[in-house]
Design a protein around this ligand. Structure first.
Ligand code: GDP
Length: 370
C-alpha cells in the first residue's frame, strides 16, 4: 500500500528510489523487512550487520549548522586531515565554530610516507599549517585508516583528553574519515551488534553515527563537505586514484641543470629556473610518471603532449582540466615544494624554482621533512 515506512534504526522514512539519500532500502530488502517486521534502511542494515560505515556528505549550509551546534556543546573535537593535502583538508572557519572546545588533529595516510621521513617533522608542519588557518590543536596524531596503524593509540589519546565528554569527528570528504571510523568501530566495539545508533541535531536532517563509549558518552561521526580546493575537484575519480599516493612512495631523484623542467603527468609542473646543477627528489604517487624537458620549450611541450605523453588526465578528460598556474619560490635552505594533494619536490641547494598547479590547488614551500 501507500503507508509510510520508517527505518527502526534511524527513523528515516524508507524509500527505494535514491541510493544516496536518507532511508534508501533496496526493494528486495524492503519486502523481506516488511515480512519480518524488522525494517532497516540500507545504511543501518550495514552498520548492524557488518559494522561498516558508509560515507555521507552534507551541503555547506547543513555543515555550518552542524559545526555551530557542536560549538555550543562541551565536547572534544577530532579533526581528520589528509597529510598530503593539508590545504584541501582545512575546514574554513573551524576555529570559530569549535569555540573553546579542544581540538585534536589526526593526519591520515601515514602509510604512504617513505620510511626516511621523520614523523615529528610532519607533525610540526601540520601544526604550522593549522595555526595558519587559525586552528590551535592541542596535539597531532598520525594514523593510517587503510592499514589500521596507530588506531589503538589514537583511541587512547582521545580517552585521555575527553574527560567524560562526547567526541565529534569532523573532516572534509576524501581525507579518509570513513576509513578511519570503520577502523575505530572495529577496534572500539570488537564487532558486537546493536551498539551503534544514529541520531540527529534538532532541526537538521543530518545523520550522525553515535558509537557509544563506556561511560554513556559517545564518539560521533559527522558528514563531510566537499572542499573546493582539492585535486578531487579538477580530476575524474579514476585520475584521482592515479595521482593520489596510495602505497609507500618511492622517491625519484633527478640531477637537474638550471632551465630544466619536470612534468608530473599533466597535473603539475616544476621548473628549475636559476641556480647550480643539483639534485631534486620527487615524492609523488608511484603511478604518476615524471617527464623531464627543457624549460625553454616546456609550455609548448605541455600544449602539445598534455593528455597524450603527459597523463593523467587522458585525451578525453584533458579539455575539462584547468590550465596550470605558476608560482615562483626563492629557495634559501633545503626545502620541499609541496603540491597539495599530490606530493612534493625536495630542493637541496639555493636557487629559484617555479611550481605549476591547476588553479585553486595550493602549492607552498616548507622546510625539508627528511
Ligand atoms: P572520506 O570521504 O573522508 O570518508 O574518505 P574515505 O574514507 O572514503 O577515503 C578516501 C580515499 O582515501 C579512499 O580512496 C581511501 O581508500 C583512501 N584512504 C583512506 N585512508 C587511507 C590511508 O590511511 N592510507 C591511504 N593510502 N589511503 C587512504
Amino acid at each position: 500500500g501507500n503507508e509510510e515506512l520508517y527505518c527502526i534504526g534511524c527513523g528515516a522514512q524508507i524509500q527505494t528510489e535514491n541510493k544516496n539519500e536518507r532511508g534508501y532500502t533496496p526493494p528486495s530488502a524492503l519486502k523481506k523487512g516488511q515480512e519480518t517486521g524488522e525494517l532497516y534502511c540500507q545504511r543501518c542494515f550495514r552498520l548492524r550487520h557488518y559494522n561498516q560505515l558508509e560515507k555521507v556528505s552534507a551541503t555547506d549550509d547543513e555543515f555550518l549548522a552542524m559545526l555551530s551546534q557542536i560549538g555550543e556543546q562541551d565536547v572534544l573535537v577530532v579533526n581528520v586531515v589528509d597529510i598530503f593535502d593539508m590545504y584541501g583538508s582545512m575546514i574554513p572557519g573551524l576555529h570559530r565554530f569549535v569555540g573553546s572546545n579542544p581540538v585534536l588533529m589526526i593526519g591520515n595516510k601515514v602509510d604512504v610516507l617513505p620510511r626516511s621521513i621523520k614523523h615529528s617533522r610532519v607533525k610540526h608542519w601540520m601544526l604550522q599549517q593549522a595555526h595558519q588557518a587559525g586552528l590551535r590543536p592541542f596535539d597531532v596524531a598520525l594514523v593510517s585508516g587503510k592499514k589500521a596503524t596507530q588506531i589503538d593509540e589514537l583511541l587512547e589519546l582521545i580517552e585521555q583528553h575527553r574527560n567524560g565528554r562526547d567526541v565529534y569527528v569532523v573532516g572534509v570528504t576524501n581525507v579518509g574519515k570513513s576509513t578511519i571510523m570503520n577502523q575505530i568501530i572495529r577496534a572500539a566495539t570488537g564487532n558486537k551488534e546493536d551498539i551503534i545508533t544514529t541520531s540527529r541535531f534538532p532541526g537538521t536532517t543530518l545523520d550522525l553515527i553515535r558509537i557509544p563509549l563506556d561511560d554513556g558518552a559517545a564518539l560521533i561521526d559527522t558528514p563531510g563537505i566537499i572542499h573546493r580546493h582539492q585535486m578531487a575537484h579538477v580530476l575524474t575519480a579514476n585520475d584521482l586514484n592515479i595521482v593520489s599516493p596510495q602505497k609507500e612512495m618511492k622517491p625519484v631523484t633527478f640531477q637537474l641543470n638550471p632551465e630544466q623542467t619536470l612534468f608530473m603527468g599533466a597535473v603539475a609542473r616544476f621548473d628549475f629556473v636559476e641556480g647550480n646543477r643539483s639534485s631534486f627528489t620527487c615524492y609523488f604517487a608511484n603511478e604518476l610518471k615524471i617527464h623531464r624537458t627543457k624549460l625553454e620549450k616546456a609550455t609548448d611541450f605541455y600544449e602539445k603532449h598534455k593528455g597524450g605523453l603527459l597523463q593523467p588526465p587522458n585525451e578525453k578528460d584533458i579539455n575539462d582540466f584547468p590550465p596550470l598556474v605558476r608560482k615562483e619560490f626563492n629557495v634559501k635552505e633545503p626545502s620541499d615544494i609541496v603540491f597539495s594533494g599530490l606530493g612534493w619536490v625536495a630542493v637541496q641547494n639555493p636557487g629559484k624554482v617555479a611550481a605549476w598547479v591547476p588553479e585553486g590547488v595550493d602549492v607552498v614551500i616548507r622546510q625539508q621533512i627528511i
